[in-house]
Design a binder for this molecule. Structure first.
Ligand SMILES: Cc1cc2nc3c(=O)[nH]c(=O)nc-3n(C[C@H](O)[C@H](O)[C@H](O)COP(=O)(O)OP(=O)(O)OC[C@H]3O[C@@H](n4cnc5c(N)ncnc54)[C@H](O)[C@@H]3O)c2cc1C
Length: 345
C-alpha cells in the first residue's frame, strides 16, 4: 500500500496551493484531478486578466495558473490526472479513495478541493450541433486570435457570456449578443461597455436552428426565434455561454459523511475542518461565515486545511509553518535563486 499523508481531491487553485503548502510542511502529498490538466475553473477563462490577487501584477488567468502549478510542484507532489474520485471510505485509520477506473488510493488525511464539482458546459439542444464543435461552434474560448476580423454571435446574458463579448471587441469585426431573457444579468459596467461600442443585443431571442455551409462543415447562418418570428444571421463563429451543469461525483461512506450545506458544500467546523476528523476542505467547496469566494480566499483555506492535516497526523507538530525567511526548506532553494540573480546582473 502506497500511503500518503495528504491526498488532495481537485487540482484547482485551492488544491494546487494546498499541495505546495503540504510539501512545505513535509508531508507526502498527492493531488487527484479528473480533468487532463490542472487549474480548475480558471481554465474556463484563460485570457481574462486578473487584477485582484495580492502582490501580483495584472496577468492573464492562464499565466496565473502556470505560476500556481510551478509553485505546487516545488516539493514534487504525486499528481494523478484524468482520475475521477467517486467514493471515500475509511478502514481503521486509513482513508480509501476509490476512483472511476477502479483504483484505490490510500491516505492518512484528505483535503477536499473540488470547487463546484466537475463542470460540463450546457450544450445547444439542436440535433447535429455537436459536429460544428470541430469548426466554429464554441463552448469555451481558448484564444482570442481565431476571432480576429470575424463576425461572432455570442449566446447568453450572464457574466461568462458578456465578459467574452467585451473581450472580443478588441479583435472581432462584429459582435452580436442574443439572450433569451428580458434583460442581461451580467455586471452593469460590462453591459454598458457593449452598448458604448454599439454591439447589437437581441433580448428574448433564442437559437432556433443552424444552417451549414455548402460543405456541411461549419455554421454559416444562425436562425433566431424572437417574439414568434424567425430571423437569419450570417456568422463566422458562434459562442455558447449557457452556463455549466455541475456533476457531483464525490460521495462518502455513511459513517464518514461530512455535514453539508445546501446538499453540497462542506460545512467548516472552524479552520477548514469538516465534521469528520481527518477530512478538510479548501476553496469553493468549503462553507463558513465571512467566506471569501475568490482566488485569495482559496489560499487562506489551503493554509488552514494543511496545518490542521499536519496536526491531525502529528498533534505535537508546530501549529503553523514558519515564515519563508525562517524555513529550512527554502535555504538551499534561496542559494540557487540568488546564484541566478547574480549571474543575470
Ligand atoms: C467566470 C469566472 C471568473 C472569475 N474571476 C475571478 C477573478 O477575477 N478573481 C478571483 O479571485 N476569482 C475569480 N473567480 C473565482 C475563482 O475562479 C474560484 O474562486 C476558484 O477557481 C476556486 O478554486 P477551487 O480550487 O476551490 O475550485 P475549482 O477551480 O472549481 O477547482 C476544482 C477542481 O476539482 C476537480 N474535481 C471536481 N470533482 C472532482 C472529482 N470527483 N475527482 C477529481 N477531481 C475533481 C475539478 O475538475 C476542478 O479542477 C472567477 C470564477 C468564474 C467562474
Amino acid at each position: 500500500m502506497d500511503l500518503f499523508d495528504v491526498t488532495i481531491i481537485g487540482g484547482g487553485p485551492a488544491g494546487l496551493y494546498s499541495a505546495f503548502y503540504s510539501g512545505l510542511r513535509n508531508m507526502k502529498t498527492k493531488i487527484i484531478e479528473v480533468q487532463p490538466n490542472l487549474g480548475g475553473k480558471v481554465n474556463t477563462y484563460p485570457e481574462k486578466v486578473l487584477w485582484d490577487v495580492g502582490g501580483l501584477p495584472p496577468m492573464q488567468a492562464q499565466q496565473f495558473i502556470e505560476n500556481l502549478i510551478n509553485q505546487a510542484n516545488t516539493f514534487l507532489p504525486t499528481i494523478c490526472l484524468h482520475t475521477k474520485v467517486e467514493q471515500i471510505t475509511k478502514n481503521g485509520d486509513i482513508f480509501e479513495i476509490s476512483t472511476k477506473s477502479g483504483d484505490v488510493h490510500y491516505s492518512k488525511t484528505i483535503i477536499v478541493a473540488v470547487g463546484g464539482g466537475i463542470l460540463n458546459p450546457i450544450k445547444l439542444e439542436i440535433e447535429g450541433a455537436e459536429k460544428y464543435e470541430m469548426t466554429n461552434l464554441h463552448y469555451t474560448i481558448l484564444g482570442l486570435e481565431r476571432f480576429r476580423n470575424k463576425k461572432v454571435l455570442v449566446s447568453g446574458g450572464g457574466n461568462g457570456a458578456i465578459d467574452w463579448a467585451v473581450e472580443l471587441l478588441s479583435v472581432a469585426a462584429e459582435v452580436i449578443v442574443i439572450y433569451r431573457k428580458e434583460q442581461l444579468t451580467a455586471h452593469e459596467s460590462q453591459v454598458e461597455m457593449l452598448k458604448e461600442h454599439g454591439v447589437q443585443i437581441l433580448l428574448q431571442a433564442e437559437i432556433d436552428s443552424l444552417i451549414a455551409n455548402d460543405k456541411k462543415t461549419a455554421i454559416e447562418q444562425v436562425i433566431i426565434s424572437r417574439n414568434g418570428e424567425t430571423y437569419s444571421i450570417q456568422v463566422d463563429e458562434v459562442i455558447i455561454c449557457h452556463g455549466y451543469n455541475r456533476e457531483v461525483s464525490l460521495t462518502f461512506a455513511n459513517d464518514i459523511e461530512p455535514q453539508r450545506k445546501d446538499n453540497y458544500y462542506l460545512v467548516s467546523q472552524g479552520q477548514c475542518k469538516t465534521s469528520v476528523p481527518g477530512i478538510f476542505g479548501a476553496g469553493d467547496i468549503i462553507s463558513y461565515d465571512d467566506k471569501v469566494g475568490l482566488l485569495v480566499g482559496t489560499f487562506q483555506d489551503a493554509v488552514l486545511a494543511v496545518n490542521n492535516a499536519k496536526l491531525y497526523i502529528d498533534p505535537e507538530a508546530d501549529q503553523y509553518a514558519m515564515v519563508s525567511s525562517h524555513n529550512e526548506k527554502f535555504k538551499e532553494k534561496n542559494r540557487e535563486l540568488l546564484k541566478e540573480v547574480i549571474c543575470k546582473a
